[in-house]
Design a protein around this ligand. Sequence first.
Ligand code: RB5
Length: 144
Amino acid sequence: MPKETIAIASDHAGFELKAQLKQELVAMGFEPLDLGTESASSVDYPDFADRLAGALKDGKAKRGVLVCGTGIGISMAANRHRHVRAAVVHDVTSARLTRLHNNANVLCLGARLTGMDVAKDCLKVFLTTDFEGGRHENRVAKLG
Ligand code: RB5
């Protein structure tokens, strides 16, 4: 079975965490599609949110991960694209609930706020939890 591709991108503040999460994705059996940034030099987070949204729209991946300093700016930028449901998450319960209830397709993490172990746990739960559907279907449909 081919490995599922997971798109991943960050700004400079999220560059180190992105590198760690890429390794984690490989360890979990996924294929990371790294859309930058490529170094810790200062960049603008909307550009990388846009890249990831484009990759999802083009069918290069169904799900993605975005990292900036707080996770907030990059999630705001990502959610300007109607096919993106990006959730900023700081804990495993939020990671689970945003899959179960919101069918989030992009996980956003804040490298300056969330420790490495928690971030990795959030990633695992996000990627292994299915949308609950049912009463949430109609609500999620209204987002798009
Ligand atoms: C960059 O300094 C920082 O503003 C950015 O990574 C992010 O936290 C914005 O929301």
